[in-house]
Design a protein around this ligand. Structure first.
Ligand SMILES: [Zn+2]
Length: 302
């Protein structure tokens, strides 16, 4: 396995911590408007689809951020989203059911123990973004990062507290709250925030990018004049950078999602921000550029 790339954003370092990869969806499963006209876009993205170009490869991962100097001089370690987690019962999402991945070993290989994590930041509270919040200890779901504050949207949390929202589409997310979010709240480790663009911890602001979930946030890191955008599920595949209208089956609010996506693309272009996607395969990170009204994507080198 090749070494994990570590990217520099101002005085911060960023690396991906892989939980798993899934290829559960064909292109047209995930992107209902997918058509022959889009096929040439894949020529530049061969590592993001299966060998027969029929199935999309989705990476499920966290990003770890080292902010500032070394820890004993005030530096912080931040995780953004926490993958799907091990040993969790997901009967309605079989690709996340009873996983057993070396996520924590991968984190440790980067020099990060669970106890060293200062903050866990969430773009939203879906099954593949909160799983490693907890792990099974003595048959109870205990916080994986016991010394961290976990920050997420109060509005998103409230959505999953309301039984009126517990329909078929949200059944896995509701189940997820029980083993991966509620234990964090009960342990007193949660800081529920308002997603309105403000900075909740030094260097990190939460920006409203609704459409995919009840109160989806894109997280911006700013350090020494450089910026990075952690876009959560505003995108699932890099073809959506080049063809932003290709919404996924997980984006129920079509116009809202598209508006959020264009905001994220323009932010990345205008600010020169490296974009850390939540699900792109390959390096998951890259740069967006815009020419003659068309966006394009370039993966950061491995
Ligand atoms: Zn996701």
């Amino acid at each position: 396995m090749s070494p994990t790339p570590v990217y520099t954003v101002g005085n911060a370092k960023v690396a991906r911590v892989t939980d798993c990869e899934i290829d559960a969806f064909t292109l047209s499963d995930l992107l209902p408007d997918w058509g022959d006209a889009h096929v040439p876009l894949l020529d530049r993205l061969p590592m993001t689809v299966s060998a027969d170009c029929q199935r999309i490869v989705l990476s499920i991962h966290s990003c770890v951020v080292w902010l500032g100097c070394v820890v004993w001089l005030g530096g912080k370690i931040i995780l953004i989203d926490t993958g799907a987690g091990n040993g969790k019962s997901r009967p309605f999402a079989p690709y996340f059911d009873q996983l057993s991945t070396p996520y924590l070993a991968r984190l440790k290989a980067l020099g990060v123990t669970p106890e060293a994590v200062d903050y866990v930041l969430h773009t939203h509270l879906h099954v593949d973004h909160v799983g490693w919040n907890t792990r099974l200890i003595d048959r109870r779901w205990a916080p994986t990062f016991p010394n961290a504050r976990y920050l997420f949207s109060a509005k998103e949390y409230a959505f999953f507290r309301d039984p009126a929202n517990s329909d078929n589409r949200h059944r896995t997310s509701f189940q997820t709250q029980q083993d991966s979010v509620t234990p964090i709240v009960e342990a007193g480790l949660a800081d529920m925030i308002i997603v309105d663009g403000q900075e909740w911890i030094p260097g990190f602001s939460f920006h409203s990018t609704p459409g995919h979930s009840a109160d989806h946030a894109s997280i911006v890191l700013e350090s020494a004049g450089a910026k990075a955008l952690f876009s959560g599920d505003v995108f699932h595949h890099p073809v959506q950078v080049m063809a932003p209208h290709l919404l996924s089956i997980f984006d129920p609010e079509r116009e809202t999602t598209l508006t959020s996506r264009i905001w994220a693309l323009d932010f990345a272009v205008d600010e020169g921000a490296m974009l850390f996607s939540a699900h792109f395969a390959a390096s998951s990170a890259g740069m967006v550029s815009k020419r003659d009204g068309e966006y394009s994507w370039t993966f950061a080198l491995q």
